[in-house]
Ligand binder design. Structure first.
Ligand code: ATP
Ligand code: MG
Ligand code: MG
Ligand code: MG
Length: 506
């Protein structure tokens, strides 16, 4: 059975054989305005799609594994982490691109060839989605007959009924956008039925079920979403694909090379996470169990200490990846925008550490494990490992102090009031740096009511003040009519400010 490292390499080898240039991952610090973090493989290629840059590759094709973070903005998976089996804040997105070169048919043919012929995914467990706009709602574009026909050819070749294995998708799932603006288009995705029987007939596709998980998105880039909400045709049509590396690893490894579908499939049960769990077990003296809440529940019962710890293991393992890779790319914990998101993630990790009895700074002690595992592919981790450790240690030490004081205050308030008022939650946030999700977590553990409406009201007032101060600085989105080169480069400097609005508005 393939290791995760072999799976990654096998993806790159496959597309190299198809004449793609293998390029390095871009930094997690996004180049496009309006993004908190790099959130998809296509981010670094935006200027090629827009026709601003000319691709240096002949043929104009590239493939890579891209570091992605989805913890804010349009794509935000933070709250799912630890509770489900397949959403991380940090993950690798494997991708292949055509810049005005090949289009839909080749993209779909090669996706099928890699997944079914090379990797051996059972075709009867695959479901493809195609874009079916609801014209009464004003959805852009047309039904994607070309994609439907192409998938149909492949399903029929395996004796499968395309009417069952191809599912219509709405604008939310089958029209991909990086953010509110930028290159975008209809997409077609592959989903895998992971039930023991494998006979769902597509009923679980796009239902947020861990029994049927999306692995690969093929985007047919043909528009640019403008800041005024319209879609402008791009000068050429492009292919942009993104496949969840950890998800593929979970399916290949979790089924023992597709021979056994009786067990639950999880990204956390792969060799991507095993070294981190082993290290965390050593540090905490606890044992990781690959168990999950029933039916996607987000709350944990009083007698479910083992589940609580399992979630803590996963959150910490996820967050240490996000933190280390971000710091390596020069994104440090701080007070604004993406830096605040990172600080919040660090504080969550520290708080979850306490579930495992980790009272002293521990995050830095996980770094060597991660570096050893990942630096062959991402050498920046090894190059910056000392600075990653120093940053984590410093942040964690200072938060531990406020955490202790804040916890004391929290307990005093809980004893005196029997509930958590919005004003008190806001004070914890403003004075002690307690993100609201942390306060909510503490309240939930103690079965205390929390007035999040009042908290939100106070946040909104604070935001309003910030907004007034920042009004003049909001960055305009990319606009092809103007001098796009200047805008693309020039916007880089300013855009850090605008995502503040974005995260506060989640
Ligand atoms: P989902 O519907 O599962 O949230 P998505 O539709 O938001 O995924 P895309 O934007 O289409 O994801 O990204 C391309 C691929 O990246 C997905 O098909 C999936 O395999 C992977 N992926 C997306 N989000 C995550 C995540 N948070 N953690 C791990 N892999 C992810
Ligand atoms: Mg998603
Ligand atoms: Mg999806
Ligand atoms: Mg998708």
């Amino acid at each position: 059975m393939m290791t995760a490292a072999q799976i990654r390499q096998s993806f790159l080898d496959f597309f190299q054989e198809k004449q793609h240039a293998i390029v390095p991952s871009a930094s997690l610090m996004p180049q496009s305005p309006g993004l908190l973090f790099t959130n998809a493989g296509m981010n670094q290629f935006v200027p090629y799609f827009l026709g601003v840059w000319t691709p240096p590759w002949n043929p104009a094709r590239a493939a890579d594994t891209q570091k992605c973070i989805r913890a804010g903005g349009k794509h935000n998976d933070l709250e799912d982490v630890g509770y489900d089996t397949y959403h991380h804040t940090f993950f690798e997105m494997l991708g292949n691109w055509s810049f005005g070169d090949y289009f839909k048919t080749e993209a779909i043919d090669w996706a099928w060839e890699l997944i079914v012929e090379r990797w051996g995914f059972p075709a009867n467990r695959l479901y493809a989605t195609v874009y079916a706009p609801d014209k009464s709602k004003g959805d852009p574009g047309e039904f994607d007959q070309e994609a439907w026909d192409c998938w149909a050819k492949h399903f029929r070749s395996k004796g499968l009924n395309p009417d069952i294995h191809i599912v219509d998708g709405n604008v939310k799932d089958n029209f991909w956008m990086m953010g509110e603006t930028g290159p975008c288009g209809p997409c077609s995705e592959l989903h895998v039925d992971l039930t023991p029987e494998g006979a769902t007939q597509g009923s679980l596709v796009n239902q947020s079920s861990d029994q049927c998980i999306e692995i690969w998105n093929l985007v047919f880039i043909q528009y640019n979403a403008e800041s005024d909400g319209t879609f402008r045709n791009l000068p050429a049509r492009h292919i942009d694909t993104g496949m969840g590396f950890e998800r593929v690893a979970s399916m290949i490894q979790g089924t023992n090379g597709f021979t056994d579908f009786s067990k639950r499939i999880s990204n956390y049960a792969t060799d991507v996470f095993a070294p981190l769990f082993t290290k965390l077990e050593q540090l905490s003296g606890r044992t990781y169990a690959d168990i999950y809440p029933q039916g996607g529940a987000k709350t944990i019962g009083d007698n479910e200490q083992q589940l609580r710890e399992a979630i803590a293991f996963r959150v910490i393992a996820d967050h240490i990846r996000t933190l280390s890779f971000s710091i390596a790319d020069g994104i440090l914990p701080g007070n604004n925008g993406r830096n605040y998101v990172l600080r919040r993630i660090l504080r969550r990790a520290v708080r979850y550490g306490r579930q495992l009895g980790l009272m002293k700074p521990f995050l830095a002690e996980l770094v060597d494990t991660l570096v050893e595992q990942m630096s062959p592919v991402f050498p920046e981790l090894a190059a910056r490992s000392q600075s990653i450790k120093d940053t984590l240690h410093r942040e964690e030490t200072s938060f531990n102090e406020t955490l202790d004081r804040g916890l004391d205050l929290f307990d005093a308030e809980a004893a005196a009031q029997g509930k958590i008022s919005g004003d008190f939650a806001f004070k914890l946030y403003d004075t002690f740096g307690f993100p609201i999700d942390l306060t909510a977590l503490l309240a939930e553990e103690r079965k205390l009511a929390i007035d999040t409406d009042r908290f939100e009201q106070l946040m909104e007032e604070q935001r309003e003040r910030a907004r007034a101060a920042r009004k003049s600085q909001i960055v305009r989105a990319l606009d092809l009519k103007t001098d796009a080169v200047t805008e693309f480069v020039g916007a880089e400097q300013d855009e850090c400010e605008s995502p503040v609005l974005e995260i506060h508005e989640q």
